[in-house]
Write a protein that binds this ligand. Sequence first.
Ligand SMILES: *[C@@H]1O[C@H](CO)[C@@H](O)[C@H](O)[C@H]1NC(C)=O
Length: 405
Amino acid sequence: MAIIAHLWLWPVALFALDLLYIAAASDRIEGLAERTYFYVGGRYEHVTQSKFGAGEVFTGQIYVEKLVPDSLAAHLFGNPIEAFQAYDRFRYPLVFIPGAGQTGTNFLNTPDNRPGWASYFLNQGYTVYLTDPPQRGRSPWIPSKGTVEAAPVRYVQAYFTTPERYSLNVWPQASLHTQWPGTGLVGDPTFDAFYASQVQLQTSAFISDDNNKAADVALLERIGPCILVTHSQSGPYGWVAGDARPDLVKGIVAIEPEGPPFASESFGPSGPTRVYGVTRLPLHYFPLVHDPNRDLKTVVVPPSGPNLSSCTLQAEPPRRLVSLARVPVVLITGEASYHAPYDYCTVLYLRQAGVEVTFMDLRAMGVKGNAHFLFMEKNNMEIADLVARWLGRIDEGGWLTESQV
Ligand SMILES: *[C@@H]1O[C@H](CO)[C@@H](O)[C@H](O)[C@H]1NC(C)=O
């Protein structure tokens, strides 16, 4: 009798079990979203082509995919508790700007088909914008300016997927790399999927800098306040955009931004040196910088510990990055990456110039074995959790220091 009387409870119990299962599995479920896309930036330009002759074409625009979290889906398929919390407060959208030779696919699923950071942050209630930088991926390349090339296999293996195999004569931390899914070599399905997603990039860093600044600022002006997530080559684009529009850039998550300050990177090709410290393009310093080679006086400070590079900083008293200082920054570095020896120099440089930086030195935080593509490696969601905690504070108007993360 008692059992029959309580039969109505069964659906409730099953639903509760569903929620438990979904909560446990939420890091394996794609974030459901309403998707739209648009192009932004660019201009009409007069070109002469072999087939069409002379005429106007549109160049410099970028492809942007906008994913708005489906609130019902987030409740059902995301972590239900997180989802409920997500919707009762405002969150700035996240704009992902991928690194050299990459596109917005970097942040969709991973090359071994796990959910990527886009899904993670959708499930947390963030609107996500995925961009293809100018002249790359779905952002058209009209050969009017510069030329494009692609990174060969040996480069992608040595710097990204299997630095541990190249660990002679490179950075000492390379041997600590353990987080790439699969062997990281040609023939492995995950490597081949990743390599197939590599696209062309503009070979001139100067053309690339100008194109990206124009497109990123156009995007900011279209969508309004947001948080930038940059990686590698796009690190300086984030500094430039934040410096240009600190009213619209509410935070920057810089994953291993191109560096180090001023100097050439010792282990890999990081492009022409950054004469404005962290960028090649001008930034707003005070006192004003008219000629960076003359006005930005530098000193080289010795490595601050084992396996680290020396850093080029400003001589005292430093000029301040008065505009970028309005933007909170978190800088993330993997233990085994070619950035591990010198990303701390970028942190020191920005802090010296007055920028508030949280340094997520994953090694120091006990997160082991990551290289340059840490946001798609095996523990990508563990690192996403750390970023989410930091972002949570920005939404509340503050930000975390290392000791709080
Ligand atoms: C330096 O690198 C080696 C690997 O070559 C590693 O075993 C060691 O833990 C690293 N030390 C520090 C302090 O990073």
